[in-house]
Design a protein around this ligand. Structure first.
Ligand SMILES: Nc1nc2c(ncn2[C@@H]2O[C@H](COP(=O)(O)OP(=O)(O)OP(=O)(O)O)[C@@H](O)[C@H]2O)c(=O)[nH]1
Ligand SMILES: [Mg+2]
Length: 196
């Protein structure tokens, strides 16, 4: 499915979060996990900046998709290369956003498929579970793993998430091979309650 998408706004503080009428999908995960790459892949065009160096995305970037959904590319956390004050500011804003953003319908929690979730990933999922906000786990860079290794990761995550009520799916994805694209768009469509 081809999607139309355009950059809508950036925010770096609570005051600058845009007021919009659209259901929102947030893409969160540690720095370098592949959030911006996944978004570009879903868009079918390069709108978000991607880099091998962690700490590339430095603001909350809002993209209007199909004129009906707002998808939000978030700065990644967890890399010391980013100044401490900056990291604190992102962490505060991220927490505020995940706890209070009224438009938030679905959060994609991106985890590198080669590694188990970190404490930070678990904290994000706990927060969403506590709020009662649905989230989907996206296992990124699946092109690095064999099918068997990927199944093993999925099985372990399932065990970890078995008590969660707001977890909706685990989707392996690769911006290189295209794996997971249609499945993720289908989940987004379902949770953003749009007719198409
Ligand atoms: N092999 C492989 N590499 C990927 C994939 N997705 C992203 N990458 C690489 O991973 C690196 C980080 O990608 P980004 O999309 O910038 O990651 P990010 O999560 O947005 O990072 P921050 O903005 O720093 O938080 C880049 O070198 C990408 O080329 C993938 O599916 N497969
Ligand atoms: Mg990024």
């Amino acid at each position: 499915m081809r999607l139309t998408a355009r950059f809508y706004a950036s925010a770096s503080s609570i005051d600058t979060l845009p007021a919009t009428p659209y259901p929102e999908v947030a893409f969160v995960g540690r720095s370098n996990v592949g959030k911006s790459s996944l978004l570009n892949h879903l868009f079918g065009q390069r709108l978000a900046r991607v880099s091998r160096t962690p700490g590339c995305t430095r603001t909350f970037n809002f993209y209007l998709v199909q004129e009906r959904w707002m998808w939000v590319d978030l700065p990644g956390l967890g890399y010391a290369a980013v100044a401490r004050q900056q990291r604190h500011q992102w962490a505060r804003l991220l927490r505020y956003y995940l706890e209070h953003r009224a438009q938030l319908h679905l959060t994609c929690v991106l985890i590198d498929s080669r590694h188990p979730p970190r404490l930070w990933d678990m904290a994000v999922m706990e927060l969403l579970e506590h709020r009662g906000c649905p989230f989907v786990v996206v296992l990124t860079k699946s092109d690095h793993l064999s099918a068997a290794a990927l199944q093993e990761q999925i099985a372990q995550l399932r065990t970890l998430l078995h008590a969660c009520r707001y977890w909706v799916d685990i989707i392996p994805s690769s911006a290189r091979t295209g794996q997971g694209r249609e499945a993720l768009i289908a989940v987004i469509r379902r949770y953003c309650q749009t007719p198409q």
